[in-house]
Write a protein that binds this ligand. Structure first.
Ligand code: HEM
Length: 391
């Protein structure tokens, strides 16, 4: 019988996909007694549960640090909210994250990508994470949120420290929590500056004007919301870019197709997202008894959505372990689903498209320097920490 623990070496350091397959086949609702938590591993079950805000709540947090190891307090963030407040806040964010507004970011994204690639020419290579896409992602996240873009590198450093894990320690570390504290202090400073300088038309302003229970948000709550936007916006994209750069290198025929027909690049990025989703899981808590995958789950129990497992579910994707940019699936798991699905989906897709286009234009023959790559060790978000390419 399959044994699964998200903090085990087998899952964190090895390849969790074989265990996820076993879970899908043998125990699509797997119970982790130590954490009073159910793990859902099949696409359809995760999809259904993601949309179910009637029986499930996000208000107690959605990560292992909130619901399993309980080292992170639940602070007000859009992803930790339930309707109706969630619906209202999300509605007020609609415009800056809608496709027409996001399309305006294209020149900024293209300039950072082309500058970074050009600067690396003499060196003959670069780390696609720290020397390229991390800058794209954090600059864009700051710009949307209304924070000074020049503070991007400082914020990136804090975000990456927050995600770093230590051997023998389940979940977020003390150093990670300190980084989060520093980030909050910085946001509070920015909030004070904004109040002094007057209103602007951006996400920070929307937050400053948002009211919950008839009251404006306090500084700590505002900082917490900003943390979600900066972390959500800056951490995942570079990992997805690193893996797509690697998959196209591993599949030269498909790389050639993208070079010859750049219209295929969004399909390639989508397949990269499906194939190598970095977020291993997000969670919900049961607020009203409900059945998923044939198992009754009761109030107070937690549910994990194993996204990379859903993305490799043979019940949803024919030959799921085949990387195929022409697959064009009607749905993937990588941006979640339902009321809490990724707010930044248009941003991520635009960043992916432009960065792949520019990489293939600048260095179509790039090679991945796998021996010098490094992976990040976490139960939560996996993927490359460093992925050098040479040209
Ligand atoms: C490839 C990159 C990205 C991936 C794979 C990704 C993935 C996800 C997923 C799976 C969720 C669902 C959370 C849940 O159901 O609990 C989510 C939510 C969210 N994402 Fe992303 N994301 C990416 C990029 C971004 C970007 C660029 C931004 C912002 C600029 C962003 C902002 C958010 C926010 C604010 C939420 C919470 C939405 C809500 O709770 O209503 N994400 N993301």
């Amino acid at each position: 019988m399959v044994q699964y623990n998200p903090f085990s070496d087998e899952v964190m350091k090895g390849d969790p996909l074989p265990i996820y397959k076993q879970l899908r086949d043998e125990a699509p609702a797997y119970y982790l007694e130590e954490y009073d938590t159910w793990a859902l591993s099949r696409f359809e079950d995760i999809w259904k549960a993601s949309a179910d805000m009637k029986h499930l709540t996000a208000a107690h947090g959605t990560t292992s640090a909130h619901l399993m190891t309980k080292v992170q307090p639940v602070t007000p963030m859009i992803n930790n909210m339930d309707p109706p407040d969630h619906t209202r806040l999300r509605g007020s964010f609609r415009k800056p994250f809608a496709a027409p507004e996001v399309a305006k970011l294209e020149p900024m994204i293209r300039k950072i990508a082309t500058d970074r690639l050009a600067q690396a020419k003499d060196a003959g290579g670069l780390d696609v994470i720290h020397e390229m896409t991390a800058h794209v992602a954090v600059t864009v996240a700051c710009s949307i949120s209304g924070l000074p873009v020049e503070d991007g590198p400082f914020l990136n450093d804090l975000v990456w420290r927050f995600f770093k894990r230590e051997e023998g320690h389940d979940g977020a570390t003390n150093a990670g929590m300190e980084a989060m504290g520093e980030m909050f202090a910085y946001f509070i400073e920015q909030i004070h500056k904004r109040r002094a300088s007057g209103p602007k038309n951006d996400v920070l302003q929307t937050l400053l004007e948002f009211e919950q229970n008839g009251e404006k948000l306090d500084d700590e709550s505002l900082a917490s919301h900003l943390a979600m936007l900066i972390i959500g916006g800056s951490e995942t994209f570079p990992k997805t870019f690193a893996t797509i750069a690697m998959r196209l290198w591993e599949h030269p025929d498909q790389r050639k197709m993208c070079i010859e027909n750049p219209d295929l690049i969004p399909d390639a990025y989508n397949e990269g997202l499906r194939y190598d989703m970095p977020t291993q899981f997000l969670m919900r808590q049961v607020k009203k008894t409900v059945t998923f995958a044939g198992q009754e789950m009761t109030e107070g129990q937690n549910i994990m959505f194993l996204y990379p497992s859903g993305n490799r579910d043979e019940r949803e994707f024919p030959e799921p372990d085949k990387f195929d940019i022409l697959r064009r699936p009607p749905r993937i798991m990588s941006f979640g689903y339902g009321p809490h699905s990724c707010l930044g989906v248009n941003v991520a897709r635009l960043e992916g498209k432009i960065c792949i286009e520019e990489l293939l234009k600048a260095y179509p023959e790039y090679e991945v320097d796998l021996p010098n790559s490094e992976r990040l060790l976490t139960e939560f978000v996996q993927g490359y920490w460093k992925l050098p390419i040479t040209f």
